[in-house]
Write a protein that binds this ligand. Sequence first.
Ligand code: PGA
Length: 376
Amino acid sequence: MRFAIVKNAKELAERAFLEIKKVLDEKPDAVIGFATGSTPIPLYDKMADDHKRNGTSYKDVRAFNLDEYVGVDPGDKASFARFMQDRLFSRIDIDPANTDIPNGMAEDLSAECERYSAAVKEHPADIQILGIGANGHIAFNEPYTKPEEPTHIALLTARTRADNAAAFKDPSLVPQYALTMGIDEILTAKRILLLAMGENKAQAIYDMVMGRDDTSCPAAALRRHPDVTVVLDREAAGLLTFGEWERAAEEREARQAAERAEEELEANESDEAVDGETAEAAADEASEADEDAAEESAEDEDAADEDAAEEDVDSDGEESEDGEEADTSEAEDDEAENGEDAADEEADEQADEQADEQADEQADEQDDGADASEEK
Ligand code: PGA
């Protein structure tokens, strides 16, 4: 996960737009996953403005949205279909035939979910824009949703209904159900761009990054994705301390490396039964795998540190002055530590190699001696 901390909605829009533009420049017929809610509105304004001023075209773009209320007509101002129309699609040159959103008015909602799942599978997003609920939901995947559930009918929590009440004349009119893309389906996007603003998102952001590795915070599933950019204002980032996050990431990597080594050991043990390898050799290989995995994790951490540092470089001087610098130096400390660890490991390996070589040479010499005396 890369983090960009911004000062306000304007900066959030500009930073997020860079990500969208990068994708469009690479691939004018990109598939973009759109989100609704108040957070992406400044981004959509920026896209509309850029389209008008600079002519960035969306005519070959295909659009998918994350979710829609059940029982709200697409023409209704409270519907997400209408939101997308008013906030973005009517302001750019996207072909309406290339836009798709679950139909919450479908007679057969299960069939509609299946249709949507198939469409998303056929056109995985090149970039998926996401907001996050105060309870950690992504799309309408509320806490404890099974990640593997495909597009489905979701029962909205009281908190989500309250948070979404503004679009309705009366809070009691907020639907109880919605159709939503599933978590694993969201993760099929090549890149993810998550946006969050405000103190009321701080706990959800913390849980997404640092929280328990379970389904209590659906956004925590994004830790499994290799390319996530999180653009936050300081209020939403308020509970994050990046050193803490990096330590947690390190622990996670080490755990995964140990699991991989264990799996390899098991695989080697079953191979052994087949081709009669000694248990010693299998154990040696497993410890080599362990070392490789540890090295890999050190490299990954270095990359994570670099990413973190990169974002700090992105931030302007003013941000560095009031606190961002502390995060950078923490990242640098970690980097230095990783560097030292890697250097120690390398020195150990070299020493081992030298010792092995020496032992081999001695053995060869002895063999030669033995051969020579035999010849005599
Ligand atoms: P918001 O909604 O952008 O209106 O805060 C985000 C979400 O609930 O996913």
